[in-house]
Design a protein around this ligand. Structure first.
Ligand SMILES: Cc1ncc(COP(=O)(O)O)c(C=O)c1O
Length: 380
């Protein structure tokens, strides 16, 4: 598979830090979205499409046709998109356990469970655990959420408020995952993670499937706003499950949309893996982009990311902060993980616009994955 690394000096001797994969332009995914996923999400209380905002000033500044941002700062009353994956995954595990058809409603599930209490175990940087806890309590189940000591007290208490038990773990995010998985086996509960390993694939794939509702909405909204598919979709990366959902959907037609992914300089597990040509775990450092602070790419996401990402770039906390402030001045409140996409696009435009197939007519969709952390904490 031919691959090219643009890590070299430009004429002004700045380090170019964008990884590109020219063969991704013609790579085609075989994935087809299951329409029952959107139907399921539509049955949950308060389902509504999240907005896709225009960013005309950014389009002008970057000399692009249209720049749009998918605003995931409110999704089912939670401050991030994660509930899309958590809800579909829990639904799938419960209907399988109870032997129900894949059209079963929440009420039918509760009735069939007949008082049986499912116990779910997971680890989180915040959003995922809270979303899982919300869905578990909706079905009368219990979530046990493993978090790092460094997590803000307010974030921990938001997870507890959803009815979950919060368990503190020393170490890094990968350690919290391992501990949650170990205890789930000991207690005979179900380990639900949004990251896969060789021995754990089905559940994380359901999480990715759950994110497809966002992709369907982007398709519809982009068509309504600009009359065509995006030329480039920009997605932040932690363990890579969301990016997998983006790649497998937007690369299922040829010519496809290009995909640019973005991660923090201090948690660049995807960049390290792309450069190594295989999954490579790293030790991460603290970042304001909390949700992206992951040390290992998800096993099931890796093949699609390796083959389907056109370009990948890292950004600093400062660059994400500038992007967050820029969006705020435009009245759009998106936290650092989501703002990282604007930081990445801005950098990519400076460092190699051709490499991400951009020109004056291009339509770009940024995925703004969460509310600013302060706002997120205030949310019910
Ligand atoms: C707000 C936010 N954005 C993006 C991501 C990255 O998602 P993934 O781990 O699927 O790459 C996360 C993950 O926790 C997140 O919380």
């Amino acid at each position: 598979m031919p691959r090219e690394d643009l890590r070299h000096m430009d004429k002004a001797c700045h380090l170019i830090t964008m990884y590109t994969n020219p063969s991704a332009h013609i790579w085609k995914s075989a994935y087809k979205i299951d329409p029952s996923i959107l139907t399921f999400h539509q049955t949950l209380p308060n389902y509504t499409s999240t907005p896709l905002h225009r960013l005309p000033q950014i389009a002008t500044d970057l000399a692009l046709g249209n720049v749009l941002i998918k605003d995931e700062s409110h999704r089912f009353g939670l401050p991030a998109y994660k509930i899309l994956g958590a809800s579909w995954t829990i639904y799938r595990t419960v209907i399988r356990e109870l032997g129900l058809p894949s059209t079963a409603s929440l009420e039918e599930i509760k009735a069939a469970a007949g008082g049986k209490r499912f116990e779910y175990y997971t680890a989180t940087e915040g959003n995922w655990g809270r979303a899982l806890a919300r869905m578990a309590s909706m079905l009368g189940a219990k979530a046990h959420v493993y978090v790092l000591n460094a997590m803000l007290e307010t974030t921990k208490s938001k997870i507890v408020h959803e009815g979950a038990e919060v368990v503190i773990v020393d170490g890094e995010y990968d350690d919290a995952l391992k501990e949650a998985e170990r205890i789930s086996r000991e207690k005979r509960g179900l380990f639900i993670a949004d990251v896969a390993w060789e021995w754990y694939q089905e559940i994380p794939q359901w999480v990715v499937d759950g994110y497809s509702t966002m992709m369907v909405e982007i398709d519809q909204q982009t068509a309504e706003l600009v009359g065509r598919r995006p030329d480039l979709v920009v997605c932040p990366v932690g363990a890579g499950s969301l990016a997998e959902a983006v790649v497998i959907h937007f690369k299922h037609v040829v010519p496809s949309s290009a995909v640019l992914t973005v991660e923090p300089v201090t948690a660049a597990c995807l960049m390290t893996s792309l450069e190594a040509g295989k999954i490579a775990s790293i030790s991460t450092k603290d970042t304001s982009m909390c949700g992206l602070n992951c040390g290992t790419v998800s096993f099931t996401a890796w093949p699609s990311l390796r083959d389907g990402i056109d370009a990948h770039i890292t950004v600093t906390d400062e660059e994400a902060k500038v992007a967050e402030e820029t969006l705020k001045e435009m009245g759009i409140l998106i936290g650092p993980c989501g703002a990282a996409t604007l930081a990445g696009l801005t950098k990519a435009c400076k460092e190699g616009k051709d490499e991400v197939y951009l020109n004056r007519d291009s339509v770009v969709v940024l995925i703004g994955t969460e509310a600013p952390r302060g706002a997120a904490l205030d949310m019910a």
